[in-house]
Design a protein around this ligand. Sequence first.
Ligand code: MLT
Ligand code: ZN
Length: 470
Amino acid sequence: MNDPRLQRLHDAVPGLALTTEAHDLLHYGRDWTRRWTPAPLAVAFPASTAQVSAVLRWAGVEGVAVVPSGGRTGLSGGAVAANGELVLSLERMRRVLAFDAVDRTLVVEAGVALETVQEAARSHGLYYPVDFASRGSCTIGGNIATNAGGIRVLRYGNTREWVGGLKLVTVAGDVLDLNRGLVKNSSGYDLRHLAIASEGTLGVVVEATLRLTAPPPPTATMLLALPSFAVLMQVFQALRERLALEAFEFFTDRALHHVLAHGAQAPFADVHPYYVVAEFAADGADDPRLLDAFSHCAEQGWVADGVIAGSDAQAAQLWRLREDITESLAASLPYKNDVAVRVSAMPAFLAEAQALLAAEYPDFEVVWFGHIGDGNLHINVLKPADMDQDQFVARCGAVTAHLASLLNRHGGSISAEHGIGLVKKAFLGSTRDAAEIAVMRAVRAALDPAGILNPGKLFDADSPTSDSTP
Ligand code: MLT
Ligand code: ZN
């Protein structure tokens, strides 16, 4: 702790846990992107809102950049600290503070893991419906910073829908109590929603009032094998008309190949090009609505095979085939596209995107999967083992520029749920027009004039356009 700035931090915030150990800097300075070499100044672990305020006041005085940090499971570089920043880890602030049965709310500190929130809700006979594979390690603060989505968005919406209130510490050290958990509140700008998806650029979320709901009805889980990509949206439409869908996820045979190599069990004897996992309200595996939906798809020739889970353990096995994709691809340092279009635009977009990527990536392995039921597609391009990472990223960046303009034509977004971070910064202008980015820049400057909070993420504060390299 030789740096005099850190000595002053130590003096200004008594009892603040701080580390400059090399392995901590490495661990807390990166997220799941693995593209940047972490190089933070130090990592601070405040244990209270008062400490967060004091750290931010110190940062403002010293001119030290701060990277707010949750579980660092992000896929866009939003939590990367590679330029001498102070990482502000919320991991010591992980208490469930209060439950209110009348309001159906849970008040939690930002460092609480998503899974802890889900379990706390369940222990009160209620349900927190935001869900995705990294539930055990991602944190609510990080979920809020990216407006995280996941596998149940088509039924329950994104994180935003479930945040009734927020405490946000500004760079001046003020604690803003946003919306107070109210259901109705028409008293001016809703800064809570401005903070959601702001990727730590407007303030540090320290506490959230989360809304809970009634547990879902009994559900059934089904895996379908599809003979072609063209029938995917038809199957979705048919199931949505006949069943109360809780989830509708898709993946390709390449995705399945990697998950099986990672230890999962093959669902069918034959290999099929495309698969869907669907979960829906059902009275058991022989519910007539389910049989009706399945027969309809089979009669149309839209499904080649199918299996319905007969137990919770089997349902978990089917879900594993979808949920383990990210982890099973991680070793190949995939270049991730996380795109969204309106569901109605999906068939036309898919056809063009498929043709574009087949032409642009003739020699790379491209793995398609995602939350097709809410218009969000993940396209992961795997890095050939013998290719230099910078070269690979540059090549994928050039293709992403084409994909971005295709998305723009279809009214879509370059980031559905992972955030912009560092990874998608160069493409922000394909999703937001110049006037909108100018407003975003003005908002950021109003809250953080000196550019202390997560600089370089989302957009560069001082450049008129998003112009950094992908
Ligand atoms: C997922 O849905 O599994 C992740 O958000 C996608 C990814 O890893 O690209
Ligand atoms: Zn996803």
